[in-house]
Design a protein around this ligand. Structure first.
Ligand code: NI
Length: 185
């Protein structure tokens, strides 16, 4: 299994809509396994394929306490949403350390295909309902901060861009250090 690289907001590839999966083959199975591993290692409760730069309608979620209930949803569609809404503090693996309140329907019913292409339905409330809606949003190119005010979103964007610059600078410094050592030999 391979741990995949998760794109960071505001990478424009996160805003690109995903295409339906049409072929249920070994490559899809491998991708789903890698997505599961990447999500557990992060650690997170959900991951959508576009977050690992694969623009296909695939999500994995596991909101269980023991982290032993991986749900794989291929070509998921929302069948129904409850009238009742709930506010939940959301986070996202593409927006490290950012948590904000988002209001969404409290219950959701989803239809999706499994790894072999068979259709099934899944109903969820609580964290599972939030997670399913959040991940299906990713397939449309929507991230949870899109529900916040432009001012709040811009503040988050600047913060993450600044962090990314610092990470790159640190990596470059480490690399030039390594090269210098090599040069001294
Ligand atoms: Ni997310």
């Amino acid at each position: 299994m391979t741990q995949l690289t998760i794109l960071r907001y505001p990478d424009s590839r996160l805003m690109k809509p995903s295409e339906p999966v049409e072929v249920f083959d070994e490559a899809l199975k491998k991708l789903v396994e890698d997505m599961g591993e990447t999500m557990y290692k992060a650690p997170g409760v959900g991951l959508a394929a576009p977050q690992v730069n694969v623009h296909r309608r695939i999500i994995v979620v596991d909101t269980s306490e023991k982290k032993d209930d991986l749900k794989v949803l291929i070509n998921p569609e929302i069948v129904s949403l409850s009238e009742e809404k709930k506010v939940y503090e959301e986070g996202c693996l593409s927006l490290p350390h950012i948590y904000e309140n988002v209001e969404r329907p409290a219950q959701v019913k989803v239809r999706a295909q499994d790894i072999h292409g068979g259709w099934f339905e899944l109903e969820g409330d609580g964290l599972l309902a939030v997670c399913l809606q959040h991940e299906i949003d990713h397939l449309k190119g929507t991230v949870f901060v899109d529900y916040l005010s432009p001012m709040k979103r811009n503040r988050i964007k600047s913060k993450l861009l600044k962090e990314e610059r610092e990470i790159k600078k640190a990596a470059a410094a480490q690399n030039s250090g390594k090269n210098r050592k090599k040069g001294r030999r």
